[in-house]
Structures are given as C-alpha cells and as structure tokens.
Design a protein around this ligand. Structure first.
Ligand code: ACM
Length: 629
C-alpha cells in the first residue's frame, strides 16, 4: 500500500510538473488535461507528407485543414488521403475513445503524429492543439519558409463544459459574412463551440424573413452615427438611413455550413418583446400605444430620450395583448428554425421597457382575461406563448434570465447574465443554464484604464475574467451547460475593434470552459496569453494589450491629488512624467503613492519590461483625474 502511495505521489507530482514546468505545456491555451513529454527529440513533418484520415468525410475535412496550414510554408506540398498507416501523420476515429464530446488524444513520436477521438469534433480539437505545438508562423495568412517540427508529447484532453460560447451582436453595428466567418475561425482555435448570433435589436434587424420583407427593408437601416453611444444626436425624421445591412437566407446557410466545418453551432437570437424597435419601425401595429387601437407608422410609438441616457427609457416593446404579435412571431420563428439546425433558439426577453404596457387598455384587458397580477406575469404570459411557438418548430427555447420573472416557461433554458444566482436558481428548478454574468464575461466592458478605451459604463479586466467560475455550489452539474462571453457592439464600430474586445479576455473564458476547474494559476496563464499574442500577430488578428496598462487609482483631494498605479501583471516598470514630456526607461519609476505636483496639468505613464516599452503611452489630463475623486 505504502509503495502504491509513494508511486502515486511521484507520478502525481511528475504530472503536475509536466503541466507547469514543461515548455510545451506552457504554450497551450486552453490548458490541456494531461501532457507528458516522451523524449527530447523532435518530429519533423516531411515536406511532401501524406496525411491519413480514417473515419469518413468529416475526418478528411479536418485533416485537410491541417494540410492547408502546413502548405503555407513554401517548401511544403502535403496531401490528404483516406485510410490509415503504421507511421506518419494520422487522424483516426477510435470507437474506444472517451465518450466526452470533444475529447481527443494526441501523440507526437519520433515516427509521426496520431490524433484520435471517438468523434470528428475531438479530432478538430486535437488539430487545434497540434497547431499550437507548431511555431507561430503556422498562423500566417501569407507564405512562410518555416520547417515544421514538434516536440514529442502525449496529450489526453477533454472539455469541462459542453457549451463554450461567444456572443456577437450584429444589430448595433453590422458585420459582414466574411467578418463573421473570421470570428468563427478565431473562436474555434480556442475550442469554443457555440456562436450566439444576436440578430435583432433596437438598432437593426439583420435576418431576412421572406414572409415579412418589410422587416429588413425598414428595420435593417438607420442613420449613420459616429461618436459615443448614448450621447448621439437624436435623428431627425428625414435623416437618410444609410447604415445597416442584413443576411439573406443564402448567406445564413453559408455561415451555418462554414461554422459546421469548425464544429461551431450557431444559436440565433431574435430579441423580443423588448429591444424590438427595429421590428416596430417596420410594423408599428405590433406595439401597444395607449389610446390608439391600430398603431401605424404615423403614431408616436417611441420617444427619443434626452441625450445622455444609455437606453431610451421610454422605448416601446411588442404588445403581448395583440394577437397579431404571435402571428408575426410564428412567421419569424418558422424561417429561423428552417435556417439554423442547432437545437436552441434564443428569444431574448431582457430589459423590456414596459412604460407603454403600463398605460395600455389592451394590456389591462389581457390581465383581467388571463388573471395576470402584474407586468412580470404579463411578460411571462408572452414568453410562454413564444415558447409554444418555438417548440412547435421542433426547437428548444433559451432566453435571458428575465424570462424567469413571473414564472419560467416549461423546458426553457436560461442564459444567466445578471450574475450567477439566477442561473443557479433555474438549475435548482431543473432548467438548463448557460452562465454569462456581466461581472466576468461582458466583453463590451472596458478592459484598460478608462482613459485608454472607448467609453462604456463598466470595466472588466482580464484577471477578473480569469476568475469566472460557471459552476455554482449546490446544483446538479448536468444543468449547467457551460458559459459564454458576450460582445455587445454599441461602441464597436469595426471588425478590428471586435477582435480587440474579444482577445485576450476570451482566452480566459476559453480556459475556464475547457480546462479542468483547478488549480488556476494567473502567472502561468499570462505567460500562455503572451505566447498567443505572438500567434495573433502572425495571424494579423488584433488584441488588446491592456494587461500592460496600469490602472490609475486616484486618492487625496483636489488640493493634493495622490496617485497609485496598479499593474495587472508582475514584471513591469511603470515610468511616468508630469511635465508634458514623453517618459521612457530613464524616467522615474513608480514605487509608491505619488503626489501630483501642484501645477501639473498632464500625467503620462508607460510600462516597460526591462528596456523594452511594452505598454501604451497613457496621457491623462490632471483635471480628468480630479473628476475621479
Ligand atoms: C443583456 O445584457 N441585456 C442581456
């Protein structure tokens, strides 16, 4: 017994060492379940390698992705063929492999590479790990002259959660099919498998509904605005509506098929009954307007708020008391269900403005007829009717956690965004849950000091995202499907900024959702993030360097302002100036609380690693710092 224990202690510690001290393990993100190096040598991939794929068309497709990547090197002309062999590069379906969906094994030996899994998805994830074992040049979109060689390793890996999602809001700003595909490519590299496509909101309806062409003729277009969301000028009635776009059925089928090749499912979201101004612009008859029986475009169905509000506090919503609304939604969800093979459809349900409902006689009559005690129950009535429509199309319904208010529809799944508790409560009631709490995974929040970012009302640093724990205590694990990061795009005007907002915080989300729960090691994670930065550079994908920017913490009073700089990572020197000049490594370095000189008007601070500038030059007027007191 003692021997067994000693052996286990030895092996277990070796295992831990291999995960933390091993240079190969040190580069993989998300971290793998188990990795062993099996020798000091390398396997060099022959320039004319024939890659074997055994197990059907999908396996061949995965192997071809590998071949395509290798052939970016000028000397490489690899090919793919069916069947297997006793050496060389092999992708193999192994029916005796792990049952966990997405699990795989990867072995690199002196004689070849074997990726094996029970299902093609596992082979795809094995391929992503394999690519990360190769130099960053493998990520290039152009040509390279690299010779591909890898360390010898044995990897066994499987995901912790089944739902590993990212949400992209294409309603506030529109992103093209090519951009959405790029988004899918990037997320799949880090083993995400659900794209939540937020297709309809107040600022735009982005999906063609053939039976309701007005939806996109009217609802997909708005006046073009550039500036700070919530602080824009109110559009005049005759302002040209030149900004927008939508996806045709053909384009959606194309994106769905593309996502399939990356083992990404797409959950489409049609956000109702709130966040529906684009639909109401096309069909004002679907709103309830107090005193108006049959609203039309000429009726006042929305009041623009005074500038400065994040949202129109007086927005209208679809009217639950109007039977035409359900006819409309039946048409919409019929086409949505036909276009998206994924089992879930998302019906939104969040942040419904009810100010028009409050004053509506039609709503009062509905409450009487259906014995609804308050507006929560009115909304729950609506949600339950939508659930029936979606179920009739053969789909499961998921919605934001407001769908729990007033009583949750049978079988509905919940996306918990206002913290984790709503999700925990839903799971205790045996509803499936996806955790996506604002505090940890809202990718629209600022990730650096406020002086460095497009202004948004909240901040979320990388280290906070890395603390995300989707599994609450005291719930049956099977009800927590997984988690998701959400990118709302009010302040995201272009696709480069999409990438900037997504990376590196989605590295943290990827790791939380894929890798074993414990132990998390922030410093080790940061090293791996920096390894990925080099790969993103190679792929020409933008990311935020916010981990190198200090948080500026203001104390004292307006007579004597005091500053502290809080770096997110350990090994940085923060050099600063108050004399309007640009600091470098010869300038003072922050060690303790600084007194701002009496007449200083500008703080500048930049981080160095050794002699190398690594952060961005931060320039903050002292008058702005005083406002933070
Ligand atoms: C949400 O952020 N309104 C779901």
């Amino acid at each position: 017994m003692k021997k067994i224990l000693t052996a286990c202690l030895l092996l277990c510690s070796l295992h831990v060492f291999s995960q933390t001290g091993n240079p190969v393990a040190g580069q993989l993100l998300p971290a793998v379940v188990s990795l062993k190096t099996t020798g000091t040598g390398y396997f060099t991939i022959p320039a004319n390698a024939v890659i074997r794929a055994s197990g059907g068309e999908e396996v061949i497709a995965v192997a071809k992705l590998f071949s395509l990547a290798l052939n970016h090197s000028a000397t490489y002309k690899t090919t793919v063929t069916g069947g297997t062999a006793s050496s060389g590069i092999r992708f193999v379906i192994d029916k005796s492999g792990s049952d966990v969906k997405g699990a795989y094994k990867l072995s690199v030996s002196a004689t070849g590479i074997v990726v094996s899994a029970k299902e093609p998805a596992g082979l795809f994830y094995g391929l992503q790990t394999l690519l990360q074992l190769l130099p960053p040049a493998i990520e290039t979109t152009g040509r390279t002259s690299t010779t591909w060689k890898l360390s010898r390793v044995e990897i066994t890996d499987a995901p912790r959660f089944a739902w590993r999602g990212l949400m992209l809001d294409v309603a506030r700003h529109f992103f093209t099919v090519a951009e959405v595909k790029l988004f899918i490519d990037q997320m799949a590299k880090y083993k995400f498998n659900v794209l939540h496509w937020h297709l309809a909101d107040d600022q735009g309806w982005r999906i063609e509904i053939k039976s309701l062409p007005r939806l996109t003729e009217i609802g997909a277009w708005r006046p073009e605005k550039t500036g700070t969301f919530g602080d824009m000028s109110v559009p005049s009635p005759d302002e040209p509506k030149t900004y927008g776009g939508f996806y045709t059925h053909e384009q959606i089928r194309d994106v769905v098929a593309y996502a399939r090749t990356r083992f990404v499912d797409i959950v489409p979201e049609i956000d109702v009954p709130g966040h529906s101004m684009a639909a109401l612009a096309a069909f004002p008859n679907l709103a309830c307007i107090p005193g108006v029986k049959a609203p039309s475009a000429g009726d006042k169905f929305m009041e623009w708020p005074a500038s400065g509000h994040f949202y129109g506090l007086v927005d209208n919503s679809l009217c639950p008391a109007n039977e035409e609304v359900y006819v409309f939604l039946d048409k919409v969800f019929t086409e949505v269900a036909q276009l998206f093979p994924f089992e879930y459809i998302h019906m939104g349900g969040d942040e419904t403005a009810r100010n028009f409902w409050e004053k509506s006689d039609a709503i009062k009559a509905l409450m009487q007829k259906e014995n609804l005690k308050n507006l929560d129950e009115v909304q729950a009535y609506f949600v339950k009717r939508v659930a029936k429509i979606i179920a009739a199309k053969g789909k499961k319904m998921i919605g934001w956690d407001e769908i729990m208010d007033g009583g949750l529809a049978e079988n509905a799944a919940v996306m918990s965004w206002r913290g984790l508790k709503k999700g925990a409560d839903a799971a205790k009631d045996k509803h499936y849950v996806v955790m996506t709490p604002t505090d940890f995974v809202y990718l629209d929040y600022m990730q650096s000091d406020v002086s460095m970012e497009p202004p948004v009302y909240a901040s979320l640093r990388l280290h906070k995202t890395y603390q995300f724990e989707p599994m609450p205590e005291g719930v049956e694990a099977k009800y927590i499907l997984g988690g998701q990061g959400n990118l709302w795009t009010e302040q995201v005007y272009n696709f480069r900024q999409v990438q900037y907002m997504v990376w590196p915080r989605s590295f943290a989300i990827a790791e939380v959702l894929w890798s074993p729960a414990a132990p998390r090691n922030w410093n080790g994670f940061v090293k791996r993030v920096e390894t990925q930065f080099v790969r993103l550079d190679s792929a020409q994908v933008k990311y935020s360097p916010a981990i190198y920017d200090a948080d500026i913490i203001v104390k004292g009073d307006s007579n004597q302002l005091l500053l502290d700089f809080k770096p997110e990572i350990e090994d940085l020197n923060l050099h600063y100036s108050f004399d309007n000049s640009y600091p470098d490594q010869f300038y003072p370095v922050y060690k303790e609380t600084l007194k701002v000189p009496r007449d200083a008007s500008l703080l500048r601070v930049i981080s160095y690693r050794g002699k190398k500038p690594i952060g961005r030059m931060m320039s903050v007027p002292v008058k702005d710092l005083k406002k933070r007191l």
